[in-house]
Design a binder for this molecule. Sequence first.
Ligand SMILES: [Zn+2]
Length: 218
Amino acid sequence: MSGKELYLRQMEIGPMANFVYLVGPAGSKEAVVVDPAWDVGAILNAAESDGRRIVGALVTHWHPDHTNGLDELVRRTDATVYIHRDDIPWLMEPVGNLKPVASGEELRLGDLTLTFLHTPGHTPGSQCFLARDRLLSGDTLFINACGRTDFPGGDPAQMYKSLSGTLARLDDRTVLFPGHNYADVPSTTLGDQKRDNPFLRCASLEGFLRMVGGPLGI
Ligand SMILES: [Zn+2]
């Protein structure tokens, strides 16, 4: 099944180099949007030009640069909003159609199954989405970096567990699509990151905490 094609469109939107994604099964007229923010009109136009209707919004985490389009998107499309339950209390504006999700839950879209992976650390309810061999990693895992853990609700020890426990376990051929365009390339493989990303390579919690300047930082 992993070789089966799917629809994935990556768009850089807004002043903070955010990546917004449209994802759906191949040959379908439906898509979900990951982290609708900054310019809902541009997101809806992109979906329409690809012949897709947005039926859901997937939230990697509550930070405004990933969620400031949610309310408008819901009002314009009536999409269901899938957000990890631990990030709901942090949302800065009320949003309708919220559906709290937990790790391991799945969303079926035609013949495509999206899996929710809880990866706390950047925020309490940060989550990544696995769509066949693609991983949409929000601000948990960046190319050659990871998300900051010093914002309210951040936790470097949880980030270490999310990276070394949850994400490092995924297949090397998984293609990583991060939440910001912070690197020289817009995507890469998890195998490359297991080799090159110092935060993913880190072999101990103590070493990781030193790297991110946590409680054991130097
Ligand atoms: Zn963030």
